[in-house]
Design a protein. Structure first.
Length: 77
């Protein structure tokens, strides 16, 4: 079952409250998304650590209801 962008954003916001999130559909199937996430929590962390924070926020939805997520993460400048 596809996961709507609003639900993905909500889950990320629950785990990373200050996150600024931009979602983009990669296909018209509701399963393939691209997300750009900006958070001060990413400051000083490697890209791997930043992505792990997002995946932690998404929990068990990643790989289940959320089939594919292309992820870009940044700390604010």
């Amino acid at each position: 079952m596809p996961m709507p962008a609003a639900e993905i954003e909500s889950l990320i916001k629950q785990g990373i409250p200050d996150a600024k999130i931009e979602m983009r559909a990669l296909a018209d199937d509701g399963d393939h998304w691209a997300a750009t996430v900006v958070s001060k929590e990413f400051a000083g962390k490697s890209k791997l650590q930043q992505h792990q924070l997002v995946y932690k926020a998404l929990g068990s939805h990643m790989g289940g209801a959320l089939h594919a997520l292309q992820l870009q993460t940044f700390a604010p400048k």
